[in-house]
Ligand binder design. Structure first.
Ligand code: NI
Length: 253
């Protein structure tokens, strides 16, 4: 089953009129889309979209870039939001030492708190890790919680092995359609531990590079997996889809 495990339909340019994008995705064969929050407001919008559209699900969480702006009672709000039946995960959460939009100390505190939150509720984590390999492991190790999807994977092959050894999963965006480095990492990994995503509106795959990304283009990601792993396209769709269904405990469609 073709599943986009990470699409920001809760922000512009999608959130005002998401219908044409969802329709194009459905026409492209995408059966299920997971919409992660980046702050409280977008977490709420993700839930609203999940209520409106079949096959759409939400994750709630505070993105590292938004961690300095998180309200004091954000965990209480996330708790209320996560009670919604279409909320499947806590995300996206993590550390971003590349952009450093929020002080690293704040990023670590908010990530640590959300790991504990997810662990207590037995919800999977959607992890954003940008140039923060060591601290990401340090915080997950401290909580002994690795029910996590390392989304938009950008680290090296050795780190990927350690991610999988801990029982976590890895997902790739359209970057695998053009980045030799990402393709070399992908080639070393077992497909049954992998998922696919667009991370739209960013990370557009070839041949749409530089343009706005959207969920329909998750097909290009699956196609790149097929080429790199030398597995037929329909098998990639089946394997990565099953992995996403199991990992996020998506109800039968
Ligand atoms: Ni994202």
């Amino acid at each position: 089953m073709l599943i986009d495990t990470h699409a920001h339909l809760n922000i512009e340019p999608f959130c005002t009129d998401p219908e044409p994008f969802i329709e194009r995705a459905q026409n492209a064969g995408v059966r299920c889309i997971l919409v992660p929050g980046i702050d409280i407001r977008t977490s709420e919008i993700a839930i609203g979209l999940a209520e409106r559209f079949e096959g759409l699900y939400a994750a709630v969480g505070i993105h590292p870039q938004d961690s300095a702006a998180a309200p004091e009672d954000y965990l209480k709000i996330l708790e209320e939001l996560s009670a919604h039946p279409k909320v499947l995960a806590v995300g996206e959460v993590g550390l971003d030492y590349y952009r450093d939009y929020a002080p690293r100390k704040t990023q670590r505190r908010i990530f640590r708190e959300q790991i504990a939150f997810a662990r207590d509720r037995k919800l999977p984590l959607i992890v954003h890790n940008r140039e923060a390999d060591a601290d990401t492991f340090a915080l997950l190790d401290a909580a002994e919680y690795f029910n996590a999807q390392f989304h938009c994977y950008g680290s090296d092959a050795a780190y990927a092995q350690k991610v999988l050894e801990r029982g976590a999963r890895i997902s790739f965006t359209g970057v695998v359609t053009f980045s030799l480095k990402a393709r070399a990492v992908l080639k070393t990994l077992p497909p049954e531990k992998l998922m696919i995503e667009t991370d739209c509106p960013w990370m557009a795959p070839a041949p749409y590079r530089g343009k706005q990304n959207e969920p329909a283009y998750v097909r290009e990601v699956a196609q790149a997996f097929a080429e790199v792993l030398d597995i037929p396209y329909h098998e990639i769709v089946e394997i990565t889809g099953k992995n996403a269904l199991d990992f996020f405990r998506i109800p039968p469609l």
